[in-house]
Design a binder for this molecule. Structure first.
Ligand code: HDD
Length: 694
């Protein structure tokens, strides 16, 4: 630091270390000073002549590209897909039909849908789960979500859906929220959205982390094998880390404490070598099943319950590298549902058909021309040969004279004639007979909008059902128009009278609105599907989760180290929180540095917390608002809490001392730390929520 000379606008304080270190213009010409604009005298006007300044400002002026019209906020990571159970009998797609252990590089972008690029991560929203497989037969994009169904059945409604969900056009708010009139107006007039509404009002829409959520291809696709035989398929990503979500009140607070919570979590896990993994599963079924199934397999508002068609696991995806440049990779990656490879084909799902137009089209606007496949993140990693040429930013124009076909170059001329289509290896559409008069009509088989919505609701645990009722209440309480609130409850009555009643009461309607007349009578006896609940599929492990230990002066050193040891041994991360970022002096006189100051690390950013300090410190901080909130929120959000008895003054002023239940563990005897971490494997002490609700 001592040689830093900040005079002359800081321009000359650092010298290049060698030739490689010399700054140049974008044209490669060495630059002497890029901190002072060329002027007519030190106090004179700036000269337009300064080509270095102009180039710098010109480039800066053009740094932004249009953000994605949906899914603007996202985070991308690299990884590998490993095939564990090849399925050549079903598909000739090389990534899925190759030898066991075959590896295919992938790039995955997770996102929220409604918010802009700078919106907070914990919005109540669907999460995008888009995977680009760089297969040796071309790029295959599986552009899915963390929810297996969608709001609408026909792509032509997508602009309406998104207009309604985004900020109202006159006032430009609310940002990244569905809790407003426009959204619920549209939804309540689109009964097909009801199944999806159940999912977004569930905890699935507030995941704890991208690492702890499932992914779905949503649509029914086709597999095609080497003999040309086609089968239907739905794709599933199952997180090896297990599923986990946060509580709504927690989400609201996380958005304030750390709006980057999800991207930071992913970055930190990969940076620490704790690589998240998902299993790729397929639900495969034939025409006969499709014909007998209660719903239309082409309808993206329906699932096929896993209990009806089991998910067969065929591979594992490991995400193990963060991006090196966010813009070049995460921002410029261009997913297109039309990117499929031989062995995979579309179905006639009207949502998928429309998507196949929209994605390619939008990349032209976003990335500025047809050559976005020349950008490294979008380039296939297999050979690319075609006669496409020129256009903005062309970087891989074919060489030689032949830029058309048919041509006779190469016939003894020694020149490259360019590529030719290959019926044996090339993509061929599944041979499916289609006929029909041109018509703008929705199939009758798409008309049941409530049965699976009900199935989803009854498959949840009581805790999850309560969260759904609370979410609906929150959202409808933000809707100004009474008729819209009533219409939503009118739909809920077709799903579950109990749920409709709870929401009706919670928003203070004096009487239940009339049920909406369904287009088709719902099937009321669909069985529960346990696979749809997060809590019924809890991982029972604290691995990959985060413990926050709040320490202050005099904290018992043995207890702190026992907690750290027990947490790390189970594969969890630990952060030390203290009143000062410098840390605190422990009972043995050592100084323990903190990762965070208490004001910046409320308990909402941890999966479980511990509070370890001397009685004197507990008295010192018993009127400190961030300290009180730390304890109080951990209690309110049903977290497991480790403590030592000396913290009583703080816990008393946080109002939790007399309510301490089995979710609290006294760890003053160091060996209890392990018991505490084992308990944390349950992720939450849900019993506490149940008591509060009674
Ligand atoms: Fe979409 C982006 C997922 C319906 C039009 N969509 C986008 C992304 C995901 C999805 C994950 C972000 C990709 C990325 O990270 O770059 N979209 C879905 C799913 C849908 C769906 C699972 C229903 C099953 N989408 C859908 C429809 C349309 C679009 C019906 C239009 C008719 N989606 C787009 C888009 C976006 C997009 C406008 C914006 C940015 C982009 O494509 O690259 O074209």
């Amino acid at each position: 630091m001592k040689d830093l000379d900040l005079s002359k606008g800081g321009a000359n304080h650092q010298k290049p270390k060698g030739d490689d270190d010399v700054m140049t213009t974008a044209q490669g010409a060495p630059v002497a000073d890029d901190q002072n604009w060329l002027k007519a005298g030190p106090r004179g006007p700036s000269l337009l002549e300064d080509h270095i300044a102009r180039e710098k400002i010109f480039h800066f002026d053009h740094e932004r590209i249009p953000e994605r019209v949906v899914h603007a906020r996202g985070y991308g990571v690299h990884g590998t897909f490993e095939l564990t159970d090849p399925i050549p009998e079903l598909t000739c797609a090389s990534a899925l039909a190759g030898e066991k252990g075959k590896k295919t590089p992938v790039f995955v972008r997770f996102s929220t849908v409604a918010g802009n690029k700078g919106s907070p991560d914990l919005a109540r929203d669907v999460r995008g789960f888009a995977v680009k497989f760089y297969t040796d037969e071309g790029n295959w994009d599986l552009v899915g979500n963390n929810i297996p169904v969608f709001f609408i059945q026909d792509a032509i409604k997508f602009p309406d859906l998104i207009h309604a969900a985004k900020p109202a056009p006159d006032r430009g708010f609310p940002q990244a929220q569905t809790a407003h009139d426009n959204f619920w107006d549209f939804i309540s007039l689109s009964p097909e959205a009801m199944h999806m509404v159940m999912w977004i009002m569930s905890d699935r829409a507030i995941p704890r982390s991208f690492r702890f959520m499932e992914g779905f291809g949503v649509h029914t696709f086709r597999f095609v094998n080497a003999e040309g035989k086609a089968t239907f398929v739905k794709f599933h990503w199952k997180p090896k880390q297990g599923m986990q979500s946060v509580i709504w009140n927690e989400a609201l607070k996380i958005n304030g404490a750390d709006p980057d919570f999800h991207r930071r979590d992913m970055w930190a896990a990969i940076d620490a070598g704790d690589y998240p993994q998902w299993e790729l599963g397929v639900q495969v079924f034939d025409e006969e099943f499709a014909e007998n199934f209660e719903f239309d397999v082409l309808d993206a508002t329906k699932i096929i319950p896993e209990e009806q068609v089991p998910v067969r696991i065929i591979g594992t995806m490991t995400l193990d590298a963060n991006v090196e440049n966010f813009f070049a990779e995460t921002e410029q990656v261009a997913f297109c549902t039309q990117n499929i490879v031989p062995g995979i084909d579309f179905t006639e799902d009207p949502l998928l058909q429309g998507r196949n137009f929209s994605y390619l089209d939008t990349q032209l606007k976003r990335l500025g021309g047809p050559n976005f496949t020349h950008i490294p993140i979008n380039s296939p990693k297999c050979p690319v040969r075609h006669f496409q040429q020129d256009g903005h930013m062309a970087m891989q124009n074919p060489k030689g004279r032949a830029n058309y076909e048919p041509n006779s170059w190469g016939e003894g001329t020694g020149e490259d004639r360019g590529p030719r289509g290959c019926p044996m290896r090339g993509f061929t559409s599944a041979s499916v007979a289609v006929e029909g008069a041109k018509i703008r009509e929705r199939s009758e088989t798409f008309a049941d909008h409530y049965s699976q919505a009900r199935q989803f609701y009854i498959s949840q645990t009581p805790v999850e059902q309560t969260h759904m009722a609370n979410a609906l209440t929150f959202e409808l309480s933000k809707v100004g128009r009474m008729d819209i609130r009533k219409r939503v409850i009118g739909h809920l009555r077709n799903i579950d009278e109990g749920l409709a009643g709870k929401v009706c009461e919670a928003i203070g309607l004096p009487e239940m609105p009339e049920a909406i007349k369904p287009a088709r009578e719902p099937i009321t006896d669909l069985p529960e599907s346990p696979a749809l609940s997060i809590l019924k599929n809890s991982p029972n492990s604290f691995k990959g989760r985060k413990l926050g230990i709040y320490i202050a002066e005099g904290a018992d050193a043995k207890v702190v180290s026992a907690l750290k040891e027990a947490a790390t041994a189970t594969g969890a991360m630990v952060e030390i929180v203290a009143p000062h970022v410098a840390g605190a002096k422990l009972s043995d006189g050592t100084m323990l540095e903190a990762n965070e100051k208490i004001d910046g690390a409320p308990s909402v950013v941890y999966d479980a917390v511990a509070v370890v300090m001397s009685e004197q410190s507990a008295r010192r901080y018993d009127a400190d608002k961030p300290s009180i909130d730390f304890v109080n929120d951990a209690f309110a959000h049903a977290k497991f809490v480790a403590y030592v008895p000396e913290v009583k003054p703080l816990f008393e002023s946080a109002g939790v001392w007399k309510w301490m239940d089995d979710g609290f563990v006294d760890v003053s005897d160091g060996s209890a730390a392990r018991t505490f971490i084992e308990k944390c494997g349950n992720l939450r002490f849900w019993g506490r929520e149940a008591v509060k609700q009674d």
